[in-house]
Structure formats: structure tokens, C-alpha cells
Write a protein that binds this ligand. Sequence first.
Ligand SMILES: N[C@@H](CCC(=O)N[C@@H](CSC=O)C(=O)NCC(=O)O)C(=O)O
Length: 280
Amino acid sequence: MEKLSAIQCCGGEQLRFKHRSHSLNCDMTFSVFLPQDAQKTPVPVIYWLSGLTCTDENFVTKAGAQRFAAEYGVAIVAPDTSPRGDDVPDDPNGAWDFGKGAGFYVNATEQPWAAHYRMYDYVVTELPALISQHLPVDTARQSIFGHSMGGHGALTIALKNPGKYRSVSAFSPICSPLNCPWGEKALGQYLGDDRSAWEDYDTCTLLGKAQSHLPVLVDQGSADSFLVEQLKTDRLLRASTEHQYPMTIRMQAGYDHSYFFIASFIDEHIAFHANHLLWS
Ligand SMILES: N[C@@H](CCC(=O)N[C@@H](CSC=O)C(=O)NCC(=O)O)C(=O)O
């Protein structure tokens, strides 16, 4: 693991690393905020999963999360959103909602994607092992959150791995990739035509299979231009009611899909996770 940068921030450090990923078969970068407390003792960790078109840097530079992570003494790890490099296949037409920048946090089974597009394994297994080996983080105390495609990633990963994460939250998540154009485009190519294989990565379907409940917080802006066609928060509301899965879903009046929305509520999301990581 090679350290690319280290910048003092809010009493702690904003770090960036590069490493060879065996899950993704390529070189990857990721960012980590370590609070000052990490100089004394391993700290709990929250994973942030970004959305379409993002790298590890969007969240680091736009969300304003470091001040609150420092306050609660938690690390935040922000991976990239897809495999990278010249050997990694991309959308032939250069689309922004498929291929590089759009890994969808799944393990692809179809060619030519299967050799590299394994973001699920990368986030769930490889990255936690790597950071616990090299950084002062306590991966027995983990939570996960994300935005849009990353909100879908956070929710599905938490639901598929009971006991691994203490809490999950999402801003503007894609609630049911089985039922929206972004999801149909990505899962259809990464996983193939058999839609039953997609159910394993569909939050609304996974809620119906859950044997236990973890704390869930979702924020959605009412002025989000993707809400009706892509995100479909109404489906999440219906599924949580139908399957009696308790969660807090808040419609935030007037907010759009941008990082200005995330920055407006990031303090509440970090406090929510800190509550479960530090005191429960
Ligand atoms: N390029 C697109 C807009 C893409 C976009 O809005 N991406 C969002 C995530 S969308 C769902 O996963 C994002 O987080 N962008 C990065 C940022 O820093 O804002 C278009 O032109 O419409």
C-alpha cells in the first residue's frame, strides 16, 4: 500500500492510498480520514460509498465530513466507485452511468466485466482487511453509508451481511435497481438477463429476506431531479412497511441530488453512526 498524500485536517489527517487490488485485478486508490484519537488507539470506521461518476475524492472535498468524524473520533474510508486502468473494460460509448465510475457495488458475472467489476467483494472483504492491517482502525466496529448508487451499495451490503455493520445510512439511494433505468442498464450487463440474479442486489427485495434488523437512516431531497425515475423512495417506504423492517426515511423539502444536500445533513449521519459505534 503506497501513501499518495497526507494532509492535516480538523486535528486529524486526510490520507490517500494506492494499492493493487486482488478482487478487482487493477490498481486502486482510496481515501481515509483519521481523527486525532487514532494516534492513541484504534478507532471505529465508517465506509462511504459514492455515486455514479465519482472517485474517492468527491466525498472528501465536498461533504465536509471531517469536522464531525474528528468530533466523534471515527475514521471514514472512501473507496473509488469502480475498477480503474487501461486494462479495465468500459462502456463502449463512454456513458457516465455504466462501466468506469459506475461499478454498482456488485460482483459481475458476465463477460467482459467479470474479471474486474467485483466492487462488492472489494468493499466487504478486501478493503477492511487491508486497512486493519495497515491503519489504526477497529474493524470490529464498522458502519456504512453512501449516496445514490453508493446509497444502494451501502444498504444492500449492510442487509446482505448481518452482524458486520452496526448501522447503515444513505442519501438519495437508488432504492430498487430492479425497477429503474440505471439499475436495469447496469445489472443487466454486469449480471446478465436473468432478473432473479439482480434480486440479490436490490434493497427492496433484500428487506423481505432479512432475519434481523439493523439501524437504518435514509435522507431524500424532495427537489431531486432523479427521484421519480431512478431513486423511487416510495418503493423503499412500501417495502419497509410491508416487511415490517423499521427504518427512518426523511423527505427533506427543497433539497436536490448534489453534495450540497449531503453537506447539509452529514453531521446527523455521522452522529447516527457514532451513536451505534461508540455507545451501543
Ligand atoms: N453527469 C451526470 C450527473 C451525475 C451525478 O449527478 N452524479 C452524482 C451521483 S448520481 C448517482 O449515483 C454525483 O455524486 N456526482 C458527483 C458530484 O461531485 O456531484 C449529469 O451530467 O447529469
